[in-house]
Design a protein around this ligand. Structure first.
Ligand SMILES: [Zn+2]
Length: 271
């Protein structure tokens, strides 16, 4: 099977094309394979789920314990997807805006305020959720409280969860809000799940990291079950795993290359 490739900056313009959200065309480009896939299925709503640290290589190791994600891959598309940033804030800003970090200049949550203060109409700072909101659609973001605050007034529904030492509980709370947003019939929903990243920093064994992967898969199952028919999912990593050495001990040359080049997994599928 041919490996499909794209970049995380292609996600926002792809959603813009599929859901007919007017947007100043960003640096990313709509992904043709996703356009074809969606055309046959008539997708009307979109959900972006960022699984922190879900590198492409990591996905292959964890998919056996992520049954629901694996099932979505089977009926959808899997991309080897290049991310332009190796840390969370700029990587997620690229997913949401369709621009490279050197274009949006968001390297921390505070940068969103600084850059917006310079030019509140700068299209490079606008997320696909914000473009949708301006077009009269419903859009929601479910992320950590501080990040969520930066969206205040710019999109319809913002759900913030305070950072927590118990990251499994944190992700469960994120998921509860995601279910609430879906119940309120949002058109575009963005969600950030963090357990995998936290475990990758603190855990030492694959057994421990698989525990986080399983928990995330359970969250995904709940979200999938609550989504309306005709919802297209974009599930991706923001960067490859940190503390690579620990997780690359028995990796092949190709896996190491994939990690170093910051290829994450992007799974696109309709429920
Ligand atoms: Zn991250």
């Amino acid at each position: 099977m041919k490996t499909l490739e794209c970049s995380t900056i292609d996600i926002a313009p792809t959603i813009s094309r599929l859901l007919k959200v007017p947007m100043v065309p960003p640096s990313g480009k709509p992904i043709p394979e996703v356009e074809n896939y969606a055309k046959e299925r008539g997708c009307k709503k979109a959900v972006i789920i960022v699984i922190d640290s879900l590198g492409y290589y990591f996905y292959w190791h964890l998919s056996p314990v992520m049954k629901n994600l694996h099932e979505l891959t089977e009926k959808g598309l899997l991309f080897k997807c290049w991310s332009p940033a190796t840390i969370t804030s700029p990587a997620i800003a690229s997913i949401f805006t369709g621009y490279l970090p050197e274009e949006h200049n968001i390297y921390s949550t505070d940068d969103i305020y600084t850059e917006t203060a310079k030019d509140s109409e700068n299209p490079r700072l606008k997320s696909i959720m914000e473009w949708a909101y301006r077009a009269g659609m419903k859009s929601s973001a479910v992320i950590e409280t501080k990040g969520a605050e930066s969206f205040r007034g710019r999109i319809r529904d913002i759900y913030g969860v305070p950072n927590s030492e118990d990251i499994l509980d944190y992700d469960c709370r994120i998921t509860e809000y995601a279910l609430q947003a879906l119940k309120e019939k949002t058109d575009i929903l963005a969600v950030h799940l963090r357990a995998l990243d936290r475990y990758s920093h603190r855990a030492e064994t694959w057994t421990e990291i698989k525990k986080a992967a399983k928990a995330i898969d359970k969250n995904l199952e709940e979200i999938f079950q609550s989504a309306e028919k005709g919802t297209i999912f974009f599930i991706c990593g923001d960067h490859t795993v940190h503390g690579g050495k620990k997780w690359l001990k028995n990796a092949t040359y190709e896996e190491i290359k994939s990690h170093e080049n910051n290829y994450v997994a992007l799974i696109v599928g309709c429920c």
